[in-house]
Design a protein around this ligand. Structure first.
Ligand code: ADP
Ligand code: MG
Length: 486
């Protein structure tokens, strides 16, 4: 019996980080907490007002298109999508229907259908009446700060085959949008909203799809997709049918539930907005692919391959891509190493293992280090330099690093004041070991008589005398050599 194969297509909305709204000069500020302050007659749809296209928003979407290797539109226009809802002051949403700004392209090997530009709706806040058990009698208030904020919608082809692949795509898009400065793309803040379309089928023909909404995190999205694949497979195996519908994700029950059944597609009576000009982008040099390409920063995939080419481990590379603070720190450290691979790799090992552990050990810093790194890249680099020049042992390096993270002290100063500099060429260690042997003749005799533990004791005494500056293995070798010579 063949298996049911899942198919997933994503629709992802992202609020663009522009100074002003999509069609007026009201501020676009996602962090504004006072309701209804960033509004004006245009985004409140007063009669007689006229919208103006935000060039920054258009450019932002086109840059995303270039980064995805997509085709930019020669010609584009904005359409009215008509429907009634209290969060939509005009009674229609300005969106793009026939002529999206961007078509095609791919991310993580997933084909993209289109990216278009539209405006966000206001946010509705529902409050329940605490005096009634049903919550009935509460009110809904509307905050129009979000009404008219530029919104980019990206639609993928139905070519994703697992929840993990869907999650990876959305995470990679978030990273790209942040890298480009197009959107802050925080899922929890609603700056990025993912809708997943899921179907399962056995043959080449795609099955009936279900659309899942209310996904506030990547985890929730992955769980919802997994749940839906199982639910649909079980239905079909029982000989039942999948109903085309919109479902929500219930976080507490970890299951999807019916929101509404689709009765044919809603008639939005799309038509080109008569108040806005159409755009002939091919006639505007500042929107040309060539100009936009020059404005792109290093893209995530380029940054990844740069790290890998330097010899950085794959998992460390992903850590720097995922954690902006650690990524910026790593950049700061390797900038001084000028492509010296062995130092870069050494630094990466100490960041991904020792430094991350130190930051996590200190509970207060567990969340803090994302905002505030307790050691400077310069100081960290000094530890790596001393280590790679063998001026200090790896054991000393760990201690110095811990001290510098805790107190902010200069690692060279710590090494000096704590006598952790590995004395050069081993000659000074030799003096230490000689003195250990000289002051412990009975232990030396024990070792000669076959007591192996005696050697460890002697090494331990020398370790103490060098305050950990020397590697135990170096001291053990020297001890053996000098006992033999004596
Ligand atoms: P609709 O007309 O219902 O909006 P679209 O064809 O525009 O459907 O597709 C919307 C989204 O659903 C896209 O992301 C697309 O990849 C996805 N999709 C379409 N058909 C399927 C299917 N059978 N299974 C899973 N996803 C699908
Ligand atoms: Mg559609």
């Amino acid at each position: 019996m063949s298996e049911y194969i899942p198919t997933i297509g994503l629709e992802i909305h992202s609020e663009l980080k522009t100074r002003t709204k999509m069609f007026c000069s009201s501020k676009n500020d996602a962090n504004e907490t006072r309701p209804n302050v960033n509004i004006c007659p245009i985004c409140m749809a007063h009669p007689g007002t006229l919208p103006v296209i935000n060039a920054e928003a258009v450019k932002s979407v086109l840059r995303v298109g270039v980064a995805l290797g997509a085709t930019l539109a020669d010609y584009t226009e904005f359409d009215r999508k008509n429907y009634f809802y209290p969060d939509l002051p005009k009674g229609y949403q300005l969106s793009q229907y026939e002529y999206p700004l961007v078509s095609g392209g791919e991310l993580n090997g997933i084909a993209i259908t289109r990216i278009h530009l539209e405006e966000d709706t206001a946010s509705s806040v529902h409050t329940e009446d605490p005096s009634t058990s049903s919550g009935q009698g509460g009110v809904t208030t509307i905050d129009y700060n979000r009404a008219g904020v530029p919104l980019m919608e990206l639609v993928t082809e139905p070519v994703i085959t697992s929840a993990k692949q869907a999650g990876d795509f959305a995470r990679e898009l978030q990273l790209l949008l942040r890298t480009l400065g197009a959107s802050d793309a925080n899922m929890e803040k609603g700056e990025m909203r993912v809708e997943a379309n899921v179907s399962v089928s056995k043959g080449n023909q795609l099955g009936t799809k279900v659309e899942i909404k209310n996904l506030n995190s990547f985890r929730a999205m992955e769980r919802a997709v997994e749940y839906e694949i199982k639910r649909q497979t079980a239905l079909l195996e029982r000989g039942e049918k999948v109903v085309q519908e919109t479902r929500g994700w219930d976080e507490s029950k970890q299951s999807t539930f019916v929101q509404r059944v689709k009765e044919g597609s809603a008639d939005y009576r799309y038509f080109p907005d008569p108040d806005l000009p159409s755009l002939k982008l091919s006639e505007l040099p500042e929107y040309s692919e060539e100009t936009l390409r020059k404005s792109l920063p290093e893209l995530p995939r380029e940054r990844r391959s740069r790290y890998l080419a330097l010899g950085v481990k794959g998992e460390d590379t992903e850590l720097y891509m995922r954690e902006p603070m650690l990524g910026a720190f790593f950049e700061g450290v390797i900038a001084g190493f000028k492509g010296d691979k062995s130092r870069v790799v050494l630094a990466s090992n100490y960041i991904a293992n020792d430094l991350v552990a130190l930051l996590r050990d200190d509970e207060k810093r567990d969340t803090d280090y994302r905002a505030n790194m307790p050691i400077s890249a310069r100081n960290f680099s000094k530890v790596i330099e001393m280590l790679s020049e063998r001026k200090i042992s790896s054991r000393a390096a760990k201690g110095i690093l811990a001290e510098s993270v805790k107190s902010g002290r200069d690692p060279e100063e710590v090494a000096r004041s704590e006598n952790l500099y590995q004395m050069s060429a081993g000659s000074d260690f030799e003096a230490v070991v000689r003195s250990t042997l000289a002051t412990n003749p009975s232990v030396v005799a024990d070792y000669r008589a076959g007591k192996l533990a005696a050697l460890e004791y002697l090494v331990g005494q020398s370790m103490k005398a060098t305050k950990g500056a020397a590697d135990p293995s170096t001291l053990r070798e020297l001890t053996l050599k000098l006992i033999k010579e004596a």
